[in-house]
Design a protein around this ligand. Structure first.
Ligand code: NAD
Ligand code: MG
Length: 383
């Protein structure tokens, strides 16, 4: 029996994880759950899964939940409590599914204490980079990707990385794949969040619409698989059936296929190196419309190019890119800036932010703070 802690349990990945666990009541125990402030949804999860610990980051939300939660559940609050459950001695597996840099400290705590860390929170790796990879090596933690593309590559690399020439991350192209570039200035948050294939949280949905999601994934792949930026390509595949490709020197190409349902990748992260039922329907390629592939339009989706530039620049640039993106996406969702202002905010923040080397967790956190301030001032000054 493995004790599982789910950080970000009320979100899209969190709920899908609980669904996969519910297929295997004899293998996994829902040990701890966390959320930011959605205490009503957490109350439902408490009734259904009776965890030992719950963390509500927001203190008022924790207080509201304490009044109605079933007896026997310890309800903690505050950010530090996330790391406490992530590194708790009874925790075996941690699902890192908080959105954004808010998930970084708890991901580090889980990695540093040698857990199996199922990594959905890609921002942790974009920010933490090799610090996170090295921490996992030191503690013996297993860092298993949950992002569908990275799970696909991880699955294709079970025979080893020798002879790998490049990888291709597949991208759906998001809701604006066919929208004319000059119409993008008018798109609304609602349109941006309406992803054609995946049902996800708002932030990653906007990231998919700008293609920053793929940009963050390029950086994620660089650190996870220790590949050069020139070995990481992006290919548009609107049907989201093939979840990525690995090219080898002998001309072979490996890929992993499946319906666009995150439970496959979540299930593999849990059952690795074996497999078990995830609840996902079987793929029937005879019923599938044709599968298409083409190159991304880098002029239309500027965020993708910015992410490659930040990765090549290295040092604090990926962290700055991520911070500016988080600030810009929030401003867009709150209708303070337009869709195309997201990439402008990121570009200007990267221009202004001073270079620095991030060699400690504290320096990563500080760079995130400073970059957010710069991004906010870029927005406030009218771009
Ligand atoms: P979501 O918005 O649906 O859920 C986010 C979760 O994080 C919620 O439980 C929320 O309470 C919690 N949270 C939000 N802000 C927080 C804060 N400041 N402190 C602590 N907790 C906080 O997001 P999601 O779509 O489930 O995505 C989660 C992560 O997984 C993201 O990093 C995303 O990029 C990644 N991911 C998601 C998908 C997907 O299909 N949804 C696919 C690949 C990767
Ligand atoms: Mg992905």
């Amino acid at each position: 029996m493995k004790n599982v802690a789910i950080l970000g349990a009320t979100g899209s990945i969190g709920v899908n994880t609980l669904d996969v666990l519910s297929h295997h009541p004899n293998k996994y125990n829902v040990f701890a759950l966390s959320a930011n402030d959605s205490w009503r949804k957490m109350h439902e999860l408490c009734l259904k899964y009776t965890p030992e610990f719950v963390v509500m980051v927001n203190a008022d939300a924790a207080e509201s939940l304490r009044k109605i939660a079933p007896e026997g559940i310890t309800i903690l609050h505050g950010e530090n409590a996330l790391s406490d459950i992530a590194s708790h001695q009874k925790t075996d597996f941690v699902m890192a599914a908080i959105v954004g840099s808010a998930g970084m400290s708890s991901t580090f705590a889980a990695v540093s204490s040698g857990k199996r860390v199922m990594l959905a929170n890609k921002e942790s790796l974009v920010l933490g980079g090799n610090l996170l990879i090295d921490a996992a090596k030191e503690s013996g933690a297993e860092l298993i990707p949950v992002d569908s593309e990275h799970s696909a590559i991880f699955q294709c690399l079970q025979g080893g990385k020798e002879g790998l020439s490049k990888i291709q991350l597949t991208a759906s192209g998001g809701p604006f794949l066919k929208t004319q570039a000059d119409a993008l200035c008018r798109v609304t948050p609602k349109q941006a969040c309406n992803h054609p294939n995946w049902k996800m949280g708002k932030k990653i949905s906007v990231d998919s619409a700008t293609m920053m999601n793929k940009g963050l994934e390029v950086i994620e792949a660089h650190f996870l698989f220790q590949l050069e930026p020139s070995q990481i390509e992006v290919v548009i595949h609107p049907q989201s059936i093939i979840h990525s490709f690995v090219y080898f020197d002998d001309g072979s190409v490996l890929s992993q296929l499946g319906l666009p349902d995150m439970r496959s990748a979540i299930s593999y992260a849990l059952s690795y190196p074996s497999r078990h039922i995830s609840g996902v329907d079987k793929l029937d390629l005879t019923k599938q419309e044709s599968l298409e592939f083409f190159s991304p339009d880098m002029n239309k989706f500027k965020c993708l190019g910015l992410a490659y530039e930040a990765l090549i620049q290295g040092k604090n640039a990926p962290g700055t890119l991520n911070a500016a993106n988080e600030v810009a996406v929030e401003a867009f969702l709150n209708k303070k800036i337009g869709f195309l202002d997201i990439s402008t905010t990121i570009e200007k923040t990267l221009d202004i932010a001073p270079d620095s080397i991030l060699d400690t967790l504290a320096s990563v956190v500080e760079n995130d703070r400073v970059s957010r301030q710069i991004a906010l001032s870029v927005i406030e000054s009218g771009l």
